[in-house]
Design a protein around this ligand. Structure first.
Ligand SMILES: Nc1ncnc2c1ncn2[C@@H]1O[C@H](COP(=O)(O)OP(=O)(O)OP(=O)(O)O)[C@@H](O)[C@H]1O
Ligand SMILES: [Mg+2]
Length: 280
């Protein structure tokens, strides 16, 4: 099951469209959800608020119907259901995604505090959902035919590549595996040593080997960059169809917190972003 949050914004609708495409590719049902305050969901409320609650539920159903209309039009083959969820949208989406394989949100919503790169619901879901999260933002008009994966030396790299190879295969796209590295800075600029570079190239090859065997149809481009991973990934993903990164959660917090590169990508990825979480 793929879950997508809609809030009546254009970004939410774009997210629903993206999620429907993904559901069609994966052959998975899609659930459109809209969260609203719990009191507005109580059908048997009485008193002055009851009228407001009824009006809000109607608004929520309209939001869901608009999204449902769009996804049924674009992807008539997929199974679609809708749900009004009570509570804070972050908590509601994270809870709804508990047993899902993927939760999808737009980068902005109706709130739109000026200057924020990403909305609070989008950020909260990306950081705290236990399943994989897709953050949909300005899909490039003519995307480069590539899925880009950020590969580091950590244990999460295997999961990132699982997801990225699968996406490249489903979408019939090239997979660009990007590994950025740098020497520790010692009070100034250090130029890369030749051997360091060779080690990094070997590391990436080793990481990719098993995945390549399992997905012989996927064309892979290996890119080892000397520099900061955030800059390298932003550059590599500009105009790409999808960027996949890990969540690099810290052990003690059970993978619930994003690492700094993932965080930066949630804010700055130049294309739709998929954050691969830990093995479930
Ligand atoms: N009430 C909601 N129900 C379901 N999904 C939601 C809801 N609110 C937001 N979303 C999802 O989260 C995405 C991002 O919206 P978000 O609320 O984070 O941005 P914003 O409204 O611009 O910021 P903020 O709410 O922090 O002011 C939306 O495109 C939608 O996918
Ligand atoms: Mg909002």
């Amino acid at each position: 099951m793929i879950i997508v949050g809609v809030d009546g914004s254009r970004a939410g609708l774009e997210a629903a469209g993206w999620a429907a495409g993904e559901a069609a590719l994966r052959g998975t049902p899609l659930r459109l959800v809209h969260a609203m305050p719990s009191w507005a969901c109580e059908e048997d409320a009485s008193g002055r608020l009851a009228e407001v609650a009824r009006w809000m539920r109607e608004g929520g159903r309209t939001v869901l119907a608009a999204a449902e209309n769009r996804v049924r039009g674009e992807q008539p083959g997929i199974a679609v259901e809708t749900g009004l969820l009570p509570g804070d949208p972050r908590a509601a989406l994270i809870e709804a995604a508990r047993d899902a394989e993927l939760v999808v949100v737009g980068d902005h919503g109706l709130g739109g505090v000026r200057g924020l790169l990403v909305g609070s619901v989008a950020y909260g879901v990306a950081a705290h959902a236990e399943c994989d999260v897709a953050l949909v933002r300005e899909v490039p008009v003519a995307p480069r035919d590539e899925v880009v994966a950020g590969v580091d030396g950590s244990p999460t790299a295997g999961r990132v590549l699982d997801v990225a190879f699968r996406e490249a295969e489903l979408r019939k796209l090239t997979l660009r595996a990007v590994h950025a590295w740098s020497l520790p800075q010692a009070g100034g600029f250090l130029s890369p040593a030749g051997d360091g570079e060779r080690d990094q190239v070997l590391m990436l090859k080793e990481r990719l080997a098993g995945h390549r065997e399992r997905h012989p149809g996927v064309v892979v481009v290996e890119e080892v960059v000397h520099g900061h991973p955030v800059a390298a990934l932003r550059q590599a993903a500009a105009g790409a169809e999808l960027l996949v990164v890990g969540s690099r959660g810290y052990g003690t917090l059970k993978g619930m917190v994003l690492g700094s590169v993932s965080q930066a990508m949630v804010h700055h990825a130049p294309c739709p972003l998929l954050v691969a979480k830990r093995d479930r």
